[in-house]
Design a protein around this ligand. Sequence first.
Ligand code: ZN
Length: 69
Amino acid sequence: MANGYYCEDCELAVWPATTRAELKWLRERQNIVREVEKHLSGGVDSWIEAGLAFLDEHYGHSVLLRERD
Ligand SMILES: [Zn+2]
């Protein structure tokens, strides 16, 4: 089972390698995570990068949490 974000407006999805709980956490705290990211020389985990990139791209759209087999 994979978890990801799905944009209803664009009908596009992304499936970062992480859990549904983590994706929910990231979506609710993306502004905090972006702030913290600026101060990390090593960067953040790739699932966070992928998730933030998708949320950026679909800012203002209807983005849902989705599951797929
Ligand atoms: Zn979109």
